[in-house]
Design a protein. Structure first.
Length: 364
């Protein structure tokens, strides 16, 4: 399961700077609007110290962490839904992601132009959200027209889709994001086929000045309060510091982090928040060749989790041998775990837990 996050925001809020820091990429970062013309895509590992705790007891040739795909999308401006700036081309890029990382400028620097002329994170968020709502409204309106024609023939599925689409459209037309509409599980499943941007979970990323680390400032606190009201995630970082961290070796990186009162680079925090927002977790496979993290949704059962490795594993699932990292650390080896009776045999109904270490048995 690949996790894809799109970085969106107004021009000159630090999107490309943060993207470069997170991915060690080479996206152009310049002090003028639209310096990002095509979406830059970076595949980055998700930091997870549990992999190295496993390696201590199961030596391997390589470690493969989970990954997140980060897409740096060009700055949106007021009127983007009607083609202003770089318009709908970039709205389409957002539709392809699982979550939206909304970069919000919470720093004041007279040398960095703000397209609106002043720093106001609440206004910036409202501009972006409105453009996404307007674009979604246009998409759902087309869906309503299409479903309406089919519903007239008596098609039950079309009638259901029409009813849900009309409800979503009415909600969007009030200026509210689709994610704030109360939907049943079945309705949410149907709406997920609409390709809406405002149904995606949002992680606000407050880009603050160096002097405001680690806790942020008055601007970022407004964003945090908004995130609580909306059930969104929020991360505070400084793009300049993250860029500097990306250039350092491990020892110097740790020293710089400590100097700002930080425990880890922003990527680790961003990854955890994205996992939480999307209801994801990791399990591990471990052997002499590799120790690897696999991303699954919370609540996934054994066969579904096995299918993340290969579809044949899901089709031919027989059972899973499962143990915990705590068991491994206590008994020092898989043999020790088996001797202690801690190696569990789980069937198709087993609900996977975060940090399970698993061997799947299957037959195709």
């Amino acid at each position: 399961m690949a996790l894809s996050v799109g970085i969106v925001g107004l021009p000159n809020v630090g999107k490309s700077t943060v993207f470069n820091a997170l991915t060690a990429g080479k996206a152009e970062a310049a002090n003028y609007p639209f310096c990002t013309i095509d979406p830059n895509v970076g595949i980055v590992p998700v930091p997870d110290e549990r992999l190295y705790r496993i390696q201590k007891y199961i030596p391997c040739q390589k470690i493969i962490p989970a990954v997140v795909e980060i897409v740096d999308i060009a700055g949106l401006v007021k009127g983007a839904s009607e083609g202003e700036g770089l318009g709908n081309k970039f709205l389409a890029n957002i539709r392809e992601t699982n979550a939206i990382l909304m970069m919000v400028r919470c720093f004041d620097d007279p040398n960095v132009i703000h397209v609106a002329g002043s720093v106001d994170p609440m206004r910036d968020i409202d501009i972006i959200e409105l453009e996404l709502v307007l674009a979604d409204s246009d998409s759902v309106e087309k869906r309503v027209k299409k479903a309406s024609g089919s519903a007239k023939t008596g098609n039950k599925d079309a009638k259901l889709e029409l009813a849900v689409a009309e409800r979503v459209l009415a909600h969007l037309n009030t200026g509210k994001a689709a994610r704030s509409l109360d939907l049943t599980d079945d309705e949410r499943k149907l709406v997920s086929t609409f390709g809406l941007m405002t149904i995606k979970p949002v992680l606000y990323c407050c880009n603050v000045g160096e002097e405001d680390l680690p806790d942020g400032n008055a601007w970022s606190k407004l964003v945090q309060e908004r995130a609580v009201r909306e059930g969104a995630g929020v991360v505070i970082l400084c793009g300049k510091v993250e860029a500097e961290l990306s250039e350092l070796d491990a020892a110097d990186k740790l020293e710089l982090l400590k100097s700002y009162g930080l425990k880890e680079p922003a990527l680790a925090t961003l990854a955890r928040e994205c996992y939480r927002l999307l209801g994801l977790q990791s399990y591990f496979t471990a052997g002499e060749k590799e120790i690897r993290a696999w991303t699954i949704r919370k609540g996934a059962q054994g066969p579904e989790a096995a299918g993340v490795i290969h579809t044949d594993f899901e089709k031919g699932f027989i059972r899973a041998q499962v143990y915990s990292l705590e068991d491994l650390e206590q008994h020092k080896s898989e043999a020790g775990i088996k001797s202690a009776g801690k190696m569990r045999i789980e069937g198709k109904e087993y609900v996977m837990q975060d940090c399970d270490i698993v061997h799947f048995l299957f037959n195709v």
